[in-house]
Design a protein around this ligand. Structure first.
Ligand code: DON
Length: 319
């Protein structure tokens, strides 16, 4: 990214009423703590404190409203799939869709069933197999793709301390059997150009980025702002691309619970097994809620609850 043409530096929100609303939602969401289970299939995530809860809301003019543990970094996991997809589309454009589909899978995010019967083409870029194909594109395009993604996450969030957590990366690598199975199956179908190990390491490194609710709400604000990054003022992706990424988040961002979430919240959103969920209100704001305990589909219980409350109240804050 080059010199900014226009910037709206994120700053503490100027509306006391909006801040009070965010505080109230965070308070109510605390009633959901104690429900759900922290992800333990990646051992390095198992010791996360299930009592943590953070909420950050970033308006398109740079006002930032936060509550609870909004400044605490956590493992972004599948939230990285939004950044991976944005970068791959910026770099390769629509050719990506020859190798990854655009439809909800209706299956758990790490399922292998459809891959075998559908010729090694993952249903969408937000299930693990889909993100592994996206990572393969980036391995072909960049010398150090995960470092490149880390730099992008730093620039978009305005936080130079965003880091890849090597403990989480190592833990995912040691417990990679299912992702490796998906990657080898796709390789066998001719849908991976690079070596499986290299692609998996890139994919895991991106999942292992640590960012806070605040970092994520700021970084992904471009999806609410026609592709324009808040911290640089530049277009990170063209407006039509931002719209399409939002559409994919709406249909596939919450794994096999995408329909339930769309019905209850009605916003494009992406979830990760670290407990984070980012939701987008196009033209208005980006929101990140985080709490580590997950439901059976892998979505944070308290974060979903908070986003439902945000969606209920949005009409009050619309321009
Ligand atoms: O590959 C995994 O299982 C994790 N690194 C990411 C899983 C996750 O957050 C949900 N995925 N769509």
């Amino acid at each position: 990214m080059t010199t900014p043409s226009h910037t709206a530096r994120p700053r503490p929100g100027s509306s006391p009423a909006l801040q009070a609303w965010v505080d109230e939602i965070a308070e109510r969401a605390r009633s959901r703590l104690g429900t759900g289970r922290v992800a333990d299939y990646i051992p390095a995530l198992a010791d996360q404190d299930p009592e943590r809860f953070g909420l950050a809301l970033c308006t398109n003019d740079g006002n930032l409203y936060t509550a609870g543990d909004a400044g605490m970094p956590f493992s972004i996991q599948s939230l990285s799939k939004v950044l991976l997809l944005s970068l791959a589309l910026r770099t390769h454009g629509d050719v990506l869709w020859r190798r990854v589909g655009l439809n909800p899978s209706g299956m758990p995010f790490n399922s292998l069933m459809q891959l075998e019967t559908e010729g090694g083409k993952p249903r969408n870029p937000f299930i693990n197999a889909g993100a592994i194909v996206v990572a393969d594109h980036l391995v072909s395009a960049f010398a150090t793709p995960s470092k490149h993604l880390q730099d992008i996450a730093r620039t978009l969030s305005g936080n130079p301390r965003v880091l890849i957590d090597h403990e989480v990366l190592g833990s995912e690598w040691r417990h990679r059997a299912r992702n490796a199975a998906a990657a080898y199956l796709m390789k066998a179908f001719g849908n991976l150009d690079n070596e499986v190990d290299e692609v998996l390491e890139t994919y895991f490194a991106c999942c292992a980025l640590r960012m806070s609710c605040r970092d994520l709400a700021v970084a992904l604000n471009y999806l609410a702002a026609d592709g324009r990054a808040l911290t640089t003022g530049e277009r990170f992706v063209p407006p039509a691309m931002a719209q399409r990424i939002n559409a994919l988040m709406f249909t596939s961002g919450m794994y096999d619970a995408a329909g339930d979430f769309a019905y209850r919240v009605g916003l494009p959103a992406k979830s990760g097994v670290g407990g984070g969920i980012v939701a987008i209100v196009p033209g208005q704001m980006s929101i990140c809620a985080w709490s580590p305990a997950l439901d059976a589909s892998g979505n944070s219980v308290a974060a979903q609850y908070a986003l439902e409350r945000v969606a209920e109240g949005l009409g009050r804050w619309s321009p």
